[in-house]
Design a protein around this ligand. Structure first.
Ligand code: SAM
Ligand code: SF4
Ligand code: SF4
Length: 408
């Protein structure tokens, strides 16, 4: 009898301790990493589960009935998430994005949004609080999300053609329901723009050459002038399960060319430092950007690395801090806040030795630990990959975390 082999994607095993540094680091809002990059953006994954099986993210063959998800006790509670987020905000984070898995599957997510919406930056400003969703539950939840204090949403949508969309999500989910969710989000005000931004409501389309690239122009046509910003994302080599190949990546430059051939575009200035998307506005008859027609964005994570000003940290569902989307290891903040953390010895004869902290870390201790981790950060995976031949990936040892585990 042959034994069934279940692929193990256990990112949960490879953990780095988040120890308190020997010299405390206060949260001043001015933290910078080893390459001078500030900490401004925190992405929080609230679940590793999803009701879709997008083949570039959670392929069915791997994420099947045998896949073991995190037990509830392993997840950070809403109070724990808010506490960690508060410390990140004290270190300079201005924007928080909830993600997953599918974040709207986490029960009572509105309660977390309420708590996060109450946080303030060191100069008293509210956060830019947003969420990325596959849109399947948006029609039902848009109003309660808005009422809880969510500012904006980003909806992932990989095509308008129902057959293409159903194939991409691989659970036969109809596109019409996501479009209804988008309309509801717009109706309840989740499309309101943040100051200096063109629109709050964004649509992300992952482009896979040969699978949905023929949907680029119909998608652009559909959302032109809608008040929503459509963004095209290059298919990335995240995780270890999607069988990524370079020849399935359609470079963003070609996306822009295809749209420009039918609906002329002009390049726009970035809206903020560290912005991942390059912006292209639809031109009016005078050849200049016509704001009433809106804009598209392209996110060239593969062909144009933007590690140089990457200011994003990622907190996993069970409280690990990841410094890069392509990381293989995370730092265990949950241990620290649940009283199983460690601290670096101060004796000069043992500079790297640690001892058990012996108590749940205080906010100041948590700030110190996060500060020390960020200050040592040198991650720049996409930049390194860009210097290698096509299909080659920088090796760092260990399996990379999955997108469904850490969010986008
Ligand atoms: N389930 C939610 C959703 O789909 O919006 C949130 C989590 S999902 C992991 C976040 C984003 O990552 C989505 O926009 C998705 O399209 C994108 N994504 C997942 N795998 C990707 C890949 N291999 N390359 C590029 N983007 C990817
Ligand atoms: Fe689920 Fe989002 Fe991944 Fe698709 S991209 S499988 S919707 S987590
Ligand atoms: Fe940031 Fe890592 Fe992406 Fe570079 S590869 S932009 S460091 S998340």
């Amino acid at each position: 009898m042959s034994e069934r082999v279940i692929p193990v994607i256990d990112h949960r095993m490879r953990t780095l301790a988040a120890s308190l540094p020997a010299t405390p680091i206060a949260a001043t809002g001015l933290l910078a990493d080893a390459l001078g990059r500030p900490l401004r953006d925190l992405r929080i994954s609230v679940t590793d589960r999803c009701n879709f099986r997008c083949n570039y993210c959670m392929p069915k063959e791997v994420f099947d009935n045998n896949h073991v998800y995190l037990p509830h006790s392993a997840l950070l509670s809403f109070e724990e998430i808010t506490r960690v987020a508060r410390v990140f905000v004290a270190h300079g984070v201005q924007k928080i994005r909830l993600t997953g898995g599918e974040p709207l599957l986490r029960k009572h997510i509105e309660r977390l949004i309420e708590q996060l919406a109450a946080l303030r930056t060191p100069d008293g400003q509210p956060l830019d609080l947003t969420l990325t969703t596959n849109g399947s539950l948006l029609k039902k939840k848009a109003r309660s999300l808005k009422e809880a204090g969510l500012n904006r949403v980003t909806v992932s949508l990989d095509g308008l053609d129902d057959a293409v969309f159903r194939r991409m999500n691989d659970v036969d989910f109809p596109v019409a329901d996501v479009l209804d969710g988008l309309a509801e989000a717009q109706a309840v005000g989740l499309g309101a723009a943040a100051p200096g931004k063109p629109s709050g409501l964004k649509i992300n389309m992952v482009v896979k050459r040969g699978t949905n690239d023929h949907e680029i122009v119909p998608m652009a046509r559909h959302f032109r002038g809608s008040g929503m910003v459509l963004r095209f994302i290059e298919y990335m080599d995240v995780g270890a399960t999607n069988g990524w190949r370079m020849d399935e990546v359609l470079p963003s430059a070609q996306v822009v060319q295809r749209i420009h051939a039918e609906m002329p575009l002009v390049q726009l200035d970035p809206s903020a430092p560290g912005e991942t998307a390059e912006r292209w506005g639809y031109a009016g008859p005078d050849g200049h950007h016509d704001p009433s027609l809106g804009e598209v964005g392209v996110i060239s994570s593969v062909t144009q690395a933007f590690c140089g000003d990457c200011n994003r940290a990622r907190l996993s569902t069970e409280g690990k801090l990841y410094l890069c989307l392509f990381a293989t290891q995370g730092f265990d903040l949950r241990d620290l806040i649940r009283g199983q953390g460690s601290a670096t010895d101060t004796s000069p004869s043992a500079p790297n030795r640690t001892h058990p902290l012996g108590h749940a870390a205080s906010d100041a201790e948590l700030a110190s630990a996060i500060g020390a981790i960020w200050q040592r950060r040198t991650d720049r995976y996409s930049q390194l990959r860009a210097s290698l031949p096509p299909d080659a990936q920088p090796t760092g040892g260990g399996k990379r975390i999955e997108m469904s585990y850490i969010g986008g």
